[in-house]
Structure formats: structure tokens, C-alpha cells
Design a protein around this ligand. Structure first.
Ligand code: GLN
Length: 466
């Protein structure tokens, strides 16, 4: 979809008009709460630069493309809060590597998208103090999913060429993609640079893309993936031309249906939709079999939350009211000052995670919780590696439910909330790439998972979903 538009801009059409339209549209749907900030001034400047560069003979693979950035990713000079009140007023002095690559490729940054505070949630309702939850583009009484909630919402709602940059720790790309009926690709851990990302949990965070069209995801992934000297966890493994795998067909592709993902707790309606996709793949020549991953099914949720919260609680320690964002008049001891600022500016879920994460890695509990979780994480990785010896991609539903209405989410206990991630935390813990494909453009997603650095197989499988 975006390729047509990019071609026109590359051959001389002015992109300012489309950019201006984007802001008109964003204004009209303001009440959906997709943005923490819009950047019309910056976009104007970038659009002008794009024209200049094209006139000077440069080829720009994303010429004039409006791109939105999840709020936890730094954009130079633009307020970047990760959806948290504690970072209000923080304007980074640099671009995240992903943002810089997008700009270099000719993309135009139009705004920062709303999210659960620091990524702490799966419904977009754990917003920071003073932020409002994003509403589902297909039915505003329902949630968008999360934590890349605004990103999922705007990606579906806009009528213009657009790609959203999201981030996933435990499912935050595929979850909102499924709930909003768009594609979402979460790459292998280390495929895309995290430099300039406000960390939730460093060993789990990945930056990826959401788009209405799988080809659009591919175009952007090819630009943002690859080694970055600013992030030593990025891989030097070459980046394939992902787009070339879309029309490859699925003949001979070994697709493994995850047995446990079709069990109790997953809506019948969703299972049926996903089954129809699998049947369709089989008709096109994919070979289908069933695999069982019992360790993932049983332990992924507790292991994920122990590790994610442990890392989050240390990451949040730097937000003490002295370095970034919110400050207060200096009063009392450091502990008193630090506590007062954090009490006031962190939301309830952030506080819960700081407490639980600190507990799990305290002397005396560390062996029983945090270290044990790390060991089971290794078992989870081994279990996946074994199934990839005889399968190319795994298939499951993305989410066990359709997007709930806000009222119902409010009634969930924290534990019930965390259990909603049962299908997405496994690949995230193992650092495996995964893709959510919308079924009939509705709010049901089918999720494909591939082995490390095999994103191209996801594009191949997704391309076969028609
Ligand atoms: N729902 C999960 C959590 O709350 C995942 C969120 C994410 O990927 N950022 O941790």
C-alpha cells in the first residue's frame, strides 16, 4: 500500500499535502487518544528536506511516509514520556537509532503514540497519571490492546499511508495488532537497535512495526533492522529483503499448530477463525502438524512476570526526580524526596511492579524467584529450539479473547490481567520473531512464530494468508 505512495513522492510529488491531511485526520479523531504528542512543525521541516533530497537525486526507500513512534522511543526535541507523568517535560537531545534510520530513509515523524505507562499492560488502560486510554478503532467502547495501544489504533484508523513503530516486551506489538485488526511484526531480540528506547526490561524489549498491509511492515523492517554500534546486543546477521518473501507461496512450508494454544481459556470463535486460516494454508500446500510445548504453556506467564518486573524495578530507579522529567522543590532527605516524587508521578501499576520486582530479586528471595525464573527461561528456549528442528513456523491465536469493553477490563484482578498474555509471552521470553495477521480485517489475530533471525518465514507464511 505505501509503496505506490512512496513511488509518487520519489518521482517528485510533494508529500506535504498528505502530511497536512494526517494532522487534520488526527485532530478529527482526537477523542480516541492515540497520541501523547503530535509533531506538525517537525514533520513540515522533514517533508521539506525530503523534497530537497529527492531533487538532489537521492533515492529514499520511505520517501514522505508518515510514521508514528511509540512514546517510549526517543525523538530529538520532542517530549518523550513512555506514557508516564514522571517523564513529563523530558525532551531527548538525540534520536533513537530506529528514528534516525527512518528519517535517513525519508520517513516523516508525525507523532508519538500513547501506551500503558512504561509498557506495563496489555490493554492500554494502565496509562500514566493524566493520560487517557486509547479506544478501539472498530468500537470505541472497547480497548485497543497494549501496551502499544495508540500505535495499533492509529494504524487501523488512518486512511492514509502510514506505518506505526511499536515496542514489545511480552506481546505489546502483536496484541494491539490483533485487537485493532492490523499486522504487527515483533522481530528477533537483537534484530533492531534498542538505542534510544526507554527500557521496560532490557533482556526482553524489541522494537517492531504495525501496518495495515504486510508489505508495509516488510518495507519498514528492512530499513530499521541490522547492526548498530550504539547497541551491542544487535546482530551482524545480514538483513534480507523481507518484501521478496511475501509472494513466495507456502508450498512446502512446515507449519506446526501449537496444541496448548487451542485449549481451554481461548474463545471458541477465535479458535474457529484460526483453524480456517490453517486449513487455507494447507490447501495451498503447506504441511500442517501439531506440536506440544508444555513447559512454555505452564511456566511462561510466571517466568515472564518475574523477569520483566525484576528488570523494570531496577530500570525505574533512575526516575528519582533529579535527572529526567519531573522535579520537586528539594525538601527532606534523599529518600523522602525520592519517595515523594515517585508517589505522586507513578501510576498504580508502575508502583505494583516496582514492589513485586524488588521483592523477587531481594537477598533471601532471589534464589527462589528471580534465579529460578532465569533457569526456566532457558528450558523454554530449549523447548522452542527443539520444535524448530522439524518446523518452519508455529501457529496459534494471538490473543485468547476479542478486545474487551473497558468496564470488563476494570473488573479483572492483576493476575487475570497477566494471564491474558498466555499466548504471547513465550516467544518474547525466547527472543523469537513473531507476527500477528488479522483474520478478515477483524479483531482476531493469527500468530506465527519463527526461529531466531528467520523473520522472512513469517513474511512468507503471512503472505499466504491472503
Ligand atoms: N502485557 C505485558 C506486560 O504487561 C506485555 C507488555 C509489553 O510487551 N510491553 O508486561
Amino acid at each position: 500500500m505505501i509503496q505506490e505512495y512512496i513511488k509518487r513522492v520519489q518521482s517528485g510529488e510533494d508529500c506535504s499535502e498528505v502530511i497536512a491531511k494526517f494532522f487534520d485526520e488526527a485532530k478529527r479523531i482526537e477523542n480516541y487518544n492515540y497520541f501523547t504528542v503530535l509533531t506538525p512543525e517537525l514533520a513540515k521541516e522533514q517533508a521539506l528536506l525530503v523534497s530537497k533530497r529527492i531533487k538532489a537525486g537521492e533515492f529514499l526507500p520511505l520517501a514522505g511516509l508518515p510514521v508514528t513512534i511509540k512514546d517510549c522511543i526517543c525523538v530529538k526535541g520532542v517530549e518523550t514520556t513512555a506514557g508516564s507523568d514522571i517523564l513529563r517535560g523530558y525532551k531527548p537531545l538525540f534520536n533513537a537509532s530506529v528514528v534516525q534510520r527512518l528519517i535517513n530513509a525519508g520517513a516523516v515523524i508525525v507523532g508519538k503514540t500513547s501506551q500503558d505507562e512504561f509498557g506495563f499492560g496489555g490493554f492500554g488502560i494502565n496509562t500514566g497519571v493524566g493520560f487517557s486510554p486509547a479506544k478501539n478503532p472498530l468500537d470505541p467502547s472497547r480497548v485497543c490492546g497494549g501496551s502499544s495501544s495508540g500505535c495499533g489504533g492509529i494504524t487501523r484508523k488512518t486512511s492514509l499511508a502510514h506505518v506505526g513503530i511499536g515496542e514489545s516486551t511480552g506481546g505489546s506489538i502483536v496484541n494491539p495488532a490483533a485487537f485493532c485488526g492490523v499486522f504487527g511484526l515483533c522481530p528477533t531480540y537483537g534484530r533492531v537497535s534498542r538505542y534510544g528506547l526507554i527500557d521496560y526490561a532490557n533482556s526482553l524489549d524489541k522494537i517492531g512495526s504495525l501496518a495495515k498491509d504486510l508489505g508495509d511492515c516488510a518495507s519498514v523492517m528492512s530499513v530499521i533492522s541490522g547492526f548498530d554500534e550504539m547497541d551491542e546486543t544487535t546482530s551482524t546477521c545480514p538483513v534480507p529483503d523481507y518484501g521478496s518473501f511475501l509472494a513466495k507461496g507456502v508450498k512446502g512450508l512446515r507449519v506446526a499448530r501449537i496444541k496448548e494454544a487451542f485449549g481451554e481459556g481461548v474463545d471458541e470463535h477465535i479458535k474457529n477463525k484460526v483453524h480456517s486460516v490453517i486449513t487455507n494454508l494447507e490447501k495451498q500446500g503447506a504441511s500442517i502438524r501439531e506440536v506440544s510445548i508444555p513447559v512454555v504453556a505452564e511456566y511462561a506467564v510466571p517466568v515472564y512476570y518475574l523477569i520483566a518486573m525484576s528488570e523494570a524495578s531496577t530500570n525505574l530507579a533512575k526516575f528519582c526526580g533529579m535527572r529526567y522529567g519531573q522535579h520537586a522543590p528539594l525538601k527532606g532527605s534523599f529518600d523522602e524526596y525520592f519517595s515523594a516524587v515517585r508517589t505522586r508521578h507513578f501510576g498504580a501499576e508502575a508502583k505494583r511492579r516496582i514492589l513485586l520486582g524488588t521483592f523477587a530479586r531481594m537477598a533471601g528471595y532471589r534464589d527462589a524467584y528471580y534465579l529460578k525464573a532465569l533457569k526456566i527461561r532457558t528450558l523454554i528456549i530449549e523447548e522452542y529450539k527443539k520444535v524448530f528442528c522439524s518446523s518452519d513456523v508455529l501457529v496459534s491465536p494471538t490473543m485468547p479473547v476479542i478486545p474487551p469493553v473497558f468496564e470488563d477490563v476494570k473488573r479483572l484482578t492483576p493476575l487475570q490481567n497477566y494471564m491474558m498474555d498466555i499466548l504471547t509471552v513465550g516467544p518474547n521470553l525466547a527472543g523469537l520473531p513473531h507476527l500477528s495477521v488479522p483474520v478478515n480485517k477483524e479483531w482476531v489475530g493469527v500468530m506465527f512464530t519463527a526461529d531466531h533471525y528467520k523473520e522472512e518465514l513469517l513474511f512468507q507464511a503471512g503472505g499466504g494468508c491472503g
